[in-house]
Design a protein around this ligand. Structure first.
Ligand SMILES: Nc1ncnc2c1ncn2[C@@H]1O[C@H](COP(=O)(O)OP(=O)(O)OP(=O)(O)O)[C@@H](O)[C@H]1O
Ligand SMILES: [Mg+2]
Length: 437
């Protein structure tokens, strides 16, 4: 999901250490702050490769930031070589989806362990992902691809209900819609077409933005998985339960809680499925975030992304010695993973605060009251005031995040729900812009 623009006054990371990491992060990412904090704690020198505008980068020169164009990954290696001594780089990391392919190109050029660009491409494109899973015989719903200019009525004969329609390259459930009947299908198709015809989509110049994937609705409980791959071997870091139902027609994520209630036997099958899927995709090294649905027919992967969990959600995770996920990932990238990868004992969870309605966010009331709810660790409103909130399926920003800890997953969920009940939002109706005015 889109984050606020990278703060040009981002605190510099300290320098003078022996190991340097080249961290690729798009200008709109939620993930940078936590990676930089982890690097500071570990005394690792970070050089940030970002798609920040070159002119702004020159006007506000910052040590340790190199400007690269993420939309032309074939130029990344040259751009990086022009700006820094690449031989000084010990590891390459990507903080977000959009940065993964340029990072992979550079890692390849430097001979550093990372995922190949082809593997990242397959995991990012939902059609390529489905195709790879089905070809390998891994549990997969029937699916097919439609071009956005096709009349949806002409596709109906191939559709089974309920189904899910989705763009190929978006994230955070943007444009993902369930349809239960032909009318719902046509409506959903036209809505996604409209979304993909917006200028911020067409600027991608990527053919994947001209298609819609249609797949059978997969019933079952949904889980999110954080794991780390070491030369092809999957180590499960944690499984999050998603206790609130995700049945559509839109799929707004809310609560993630760990430890999961998933039985040990299902965890083992999940680990085996993940390992097979990573092998099929060619994902080999570094962090992975996966989402799965489990039902009596099997473990259905919705996605595997070669990155850490999105938004600020990683703050729900504290490992042994109070280590953050970003510290763990930085150390792993440098070939020095901690011996103990276990999570702290206490149950922990995060709520991605739902967007109540479309409109301009004027004020959020009750943040202090929410923070005071027993078990709540933090409440962060990340959406800027006076900007327009857009709910799913068109929206792509989080309103904010709440974090809780407790004696049990149930206590964590209760705390998050109680804290959410304290929040009230002043939202003004958006003014629609009329052409020519
Ligand atoms: N075939 C399906 N059956 C049931 N639910 C689905 C299906 N596809 C998607 N969903 C629901 O929609 C949510 C978002 O879908 P998906 O993960 O494919 O897209 P995304 O979150 O936008 O992309 P990404 O996960 O790659 O960032 C899922 O978490 C799930 O709840
Ligand atoms: Mg998803």
């Amino acid at each position: 999901m889109a984050a606020p623009l990278l703060d040009l006054k981002e605190p510099r990371v300290s320098s003078g250490m022996s190991k340097q990491i080249l961290l690729f992060a798009p200008k709109r990412t939620y993930r940078l702050q936590d990676f930089l904090a982890a690097a500071r704690k570990l005394d690792i020198h970070v050089i940030l490769a970002s798609d920040r505008c070159k002119i702004l980068a020159d006007m506000y020169p910052q040590e340790n930031v190199v400007a690269v164009s993420f939309s032309h990954p074939d130029r990344t290696v040259t751009q990086i070589k022009e700006q820094i001594d690449i031989q000084s780089i010990s590891a390459v990391l990507a903080a977000d989806d959009a940065a993964a392919i340029p990072a992979a190109r550079v890692a390849q050029a430097l001979g550093l362990p990372f995922n190949r660009p082809s593997a990242i491409r397959k995991s990012r494109n939902k059609f390529m992902f489905r195709h790879a899973m089905a070809k390998a015989g891994l549990p997969s719903p029937p699916f097919h691809l439609a071009a956005i200019h096709q009349p949806p009525e002409a596709i109906l004969s191939q559709v089974r209900f309920p189904c899910v329609l989705k763009p190929l390259m978006l994230s955070g459930s943007q444009g993902v819609i369930r349809a239960d009947d032909p009318d719902g299908f046509v409506h959903a198709f036209l809505r996604i077409r409209h979304l993909l015809e917006q200028p911020e989509m067409t600027q991608h110049c990527n053919r994947a933005f001209r298609y819609i994937l249609i797949e059978d609705y997969i019933p079952g409980d949904e889980y999110a998985v954080e794991a780390i791959l070491t030369r092809g071997q999957v180590h499960l870091l944690t499984i999050f339960d998603k206790p609130e139902p995700l049945i559509g027609p839109y799929f707004e994520e809310t609560i993630y809680v760990t430890p999961s209630r998933l039985p040990a036997e299902s965890r083992q099958r999940l680990q085996a499925t993940l390992e097979s899927a990573c092998r099929v995709l060619g994902l080999h090294h570094g962090p992975i975030h996966a989402e799965v649905r489990i039902n009596p027919k099997g473990i259905f992967l919705l996605e595997i992304a070669p990155r850490t969990i999105g938004g600020l959600c990683s703050r729900a995770l504290r490992f042994a010695s109070d280590m953050s996920l970003e510290e763990l990932v930085l150390r792993h990238a440098l070939g020095e993973p901690p011996a103990d990868l276990s999570l702290q004992q206490q149950a922990s969870g995060v709520m991605m605060i739902p967007i109540p309605e479309k409109g301009v966010l004027k004020h959020v009331h009750g943040v202090e009251e929410a923070r005071a709810v027993p078990g709540i660790v933090d409440v962060q409103i990340t959406f800027p005031l006076n900007h327009e909130l857009i709910p799913l399926p068109e929206g792509s920003s989080y309103l904010g995040f709440m974090f809780a800890r407790g004696a049990s997953p149930e206590a964590v969920v209760e705390a998050l729900q109680a804290a959410h009940a304290k929040l009230r939002f002043d939202i003004l109706p958006s003014l629609s812009v009329v052409d020519g005015i």
